[in-house]
Write a protein that binds this ligand. Structure first.
Ligand code: NAD
Ligand code: ZN
Ligand code: ZN
Length: 378
């Protein structure tokens, strides 16, 4: 079959790889119909995730049609439509039973964290879903079965595998409630969707921050938020603190290890460069009110350990973060999309054949062609 494979830094190629097969009795094989590219995939191709082997199949936001089921799979059969969340989850361990499906104890033999699809050996070594077919373990728990009567398009549904569910979890986990002022750092797919969900939760003011103009304009147009371009302010954190009269109740970091600046460049600038990962954390720490909450959804790892801990401590800031446990949110969000109460469609700017994955990665990474979210169609 054909699949998107990692071939080194800033290099993905669609290659011919072996078809997946059933390994465990509760595995399923899914024929992929839509598969999104995520900001987390950019960390992979920027070389931020160690232990990413060449030829590894990428992708963790897929959906498709069940092709084959193992003998112990109970509720799925060939032909069912399914969404495959990025969490590989057994459904029976303490974490899965307590809605922390991103920390499943049985899905990652390689480390003290959950298993994820398409994300190197670090997250369990599961081949990803930017491919014609994928093997999905724990077929009785991990996949989300789409109701037969569903009329929602594939492209929208695959957002439930990660981007939309993660965005919703971000505002829920942060505790966004009626009357809150919320700042969302980052206007990529996750940030834009988090802005929608902040309104949905009753926020009275939502401010979006980025430096890519078309993304800020998109936020203004589709999410009706106030926008702040951090390149237009000497000190964006202080500016945000001023316009929110002491800081926001909640700041959501939907940035993570942005590829534009390394932390060395950031430190060398005397903390003046505001973009990128370190920039987002510093802006968040200044823009949150005393006793407020910073929700870190952007992915950090490895060498990103320098942290303005003292300041956060002195101001009683609650820090929340983590890999989103998306599985428990999927039924609710499916209903939300189905009812039309929240429509995520505007973030999908590129729908490309799998063969054009290289181009998809390039425009998503370089923020060209007004790209926000790319969906690949095997
Ligand atoms: P993206 O790369 O499209 O979006 C990131 C945006 O942040 C870009 O528009 C960029 O210009 C902007 N940015 C860079 N520096 C900034 C700063 N200092 N302040 C404000 N904006 C800044 O990616 P995405 O798909 O939207 O994902 C966002 C982040 O969420 C990534 O780090 C991704 O890995 C992470 N993520 C986490 C989870 C989870 O479970 N926690 C799940 C999915 C994605
Ligand atoms: Zn992702
Ligand atoms: Zn588990």
């Amino acid at each position: 079959m054909k699949a998107v494979t990692y071939q080194g830094i800033k290099n993905v190629e669609v290659r011919e790889v072996k078809d997946p097969t059933i390994k465990n009795s509760d595995d399923i094989i899914v024929k992929i119909t839509s598969s999104a590219i995520c900001g987390s995939d950019l960390h992979l191709i920027h070389g931020m995730i160690p232990s990413m082997p060449t030829d590894f199949v990428i992708g963790h936001e897929p959906m498709g049609i069940v092709e084959e089921v193992g003998p112990d799979v109970r509720n799925l059969k060939k032909g069912d439509r399914v969404i495959i969340p990025f969490n590989v989850s057994c459904g029976t361990c303490w974490y899965c039973q307590h809605d922390l499906t991103s920390q499943c104890d049985n899905s990652n033999p390689h480390g003290d964290m959950g298993g994820f699809f398409g994300y190197s050996e670090l997250t369990g070594g599961y081949a990803g879903g930017q491919a014609e077919y994928m093997r999905v373990p724990y077929g009785n728990f991990t996949p989300f079965k789409i109701p037969e009567a569903c009329e929602i398009e594939d492209e929208k549904l695959c957002l439930l595998a990660d981007a939309a569910s993660t965005a919703y979890w971000s505002v829920d986990h942060a505790g966004v409630k009626e009357g809150d002022t919320v700042i969302v750092l980052g206007c990529g797919p996750v940030g834009l969707l988090a802005q929608k969900f902040a309104w949905y939760k009753g926020a009275k003011r939502v401010i979006a921050v980025d430096y890519i103009n078309y993304r800020l304009q998109h936020a203004k147009k589709h999410n009706k938020v106030e926008i702040v371009n951090f390149e237009q302010h000497e000190n964006t954190g202080q500016y945000l603190k001023e316009i929110t009269k002491g800081g926001a109740d909640i700041v959501i970091d939907a940035v993570g290890m942005d590829g534009k600046w390394t932390e060395m460049e950031f430190l060398a600038s005397g903390l003046k460069l505001q973009g990128g990962a370190m920039g987002a954390i510093v802006i968040a720490s200044q823009a949150v009110r005393k006793g407020g909450t910073i929700q870190i959804t952007g992915v950090y790892g490895g060498r990103y350990n320098a942290f303005p801990l003292g300041d956060l401590f002195q101001r009683n800031i609650d820090l929340k973060m983590g890999q989103a446990p998306v599985i428990p949110y999927m039924p609710f969000l499916y209903d939300l999309f189905n009812s039309g109460k929240v429509d995520p469609s505007d973030v999908i700017t590129h729908v490309l054949p799998l063969d054009q994955a290289k181009h998809g990665y390039e425009v998503f990474d370089t923020k060209t062609e007004d790209c926000i979210k790319v969906i690949l169609k095997p």
